[in-house]
Design a protein around this ligand. Structure first.
Ligand code: NAP
Length: 246
């Protein structure tokens, strides 16, 4: 699978799953653009990729800030021919039980996870429309499908991404652009390392494959969805959860 001459934008590409995706695309010869709020981390990730022989650039950009998103994408389009593949991966959690979720934690999660996906998709899809081609992959979560105690805000944002993606898939299909969703289960990253040992053991009991996922498990599916092999797939959600939701 080669992504030579393809430009891939990965939001939240500086750490965790996004970083693994950026590295995986670079290994397949893509030009990778890494976006995150922390300038040091995005540049560090881009540098690591370049040191391994890949092509990568880092841009500090907050996906919740429409103007920053527009300016960043403008810079990218000036420098590169177009953006061929967009992975909306930036996401946060602010977990709490319903009665303890305050307005700020509700708004922040919805703003980064759902509105951020909307912001970047809107700007990048405009460029893709002109090119009459493009692949958009939005990172949801198994929690957006099955829900979870203590994650009502996160589940709402991730379920929203699925509905959003199906709608946009229908709107953009005639212009050769596909929009799909990847819904990971529990993947070993900072996000899941925050869970206590007891909670981790409890979760493992419910995963038929008896392990947490690796970031590479998610990256592999994104590569497939971004490839020609997935040209006839749009509006779909692929669950990568070791069988948790069976
Ligand atoms: P992570 O390690 O916490 O990384 C999150 C990334 O998003 C970082 O690069 C972060 O960089 C970036 N980010 C956060 N807010 C942002 C903003 N406003 N603008 C731009 N970038 C922002 O998380 P992860 O575990 O890799 O998760 C990645 C995605 O997979 C998320 O959407 C998450 O919901 C989803 N997911 C994860 C799991 C899991 O088990 N880990 C399971 C299901 C779904 P900065 O902080 O520097 O901005």
């Amino acid at each position: 699978m080669s992504f030579k001459n393809k430009v891939v934008l990965v939001t939240g590409g500086s750490r965790g799953i996004g970083k693994a995706m950026a590295q995986a695309f670079a290994q397949q010869e893509a030009t990778v653009i890494v976006i995150g709020r922390n300038a040091e981390y995005v540049h560090q990730t881009a540098t690591e990729i370049v040191q391994k022989g890949g092509v990568a650039h880092g841009y500090a950009c907050d996906v919740t800030e429409v103007q920053q998103v527009q300016e960043t994408v403008n810079k990218l389009l000036d420098k590169h021919r177009c953006i061929d593949i967009l992975v909306n991966n930036a996401g946060i959690t602010r977990d709490n039980l319903l009665f303890y979720i305050n307005d700020q934690d509700w708004d922040e999660v919805l703003k980064v996870n759902l509105k951020g996906t909307f912001n970047v998709t809107k700007v990048v899809a405009k460029a893709m429309l002109k090119a009459k081609q493009g692949k958009i992959i939005n990172i949801s979560s198994i929690i957006g499908i099955i829900g979870n105690v203590g994650q009502a805000n996160y589940a709402a944002s991730k379920a929203g991404i699925i509905g959003f993606s199906k709608s946009v898939a229908k709107e953009l299909a005639a212009r050769g652009i596909t929009v799909n969703v990847v819904a990971p289960g529990y993947i070993r990253t900072n996000m899941t390392n925050k869970l206590s040992q007891a909670v981790q053991e409890k979760i493992l009991e419910h995963i038929p494959l008896k392990r947490f996922g690796e970031t590479s498990d998610v990256a592999g599916v994104c590569l497939f969805l971004a490839s020609q092999a997935a040209d006839y797939i749009t509006g779909q959600t692929i669950v990568v959860d070791g069988g948790l939701a069976i």
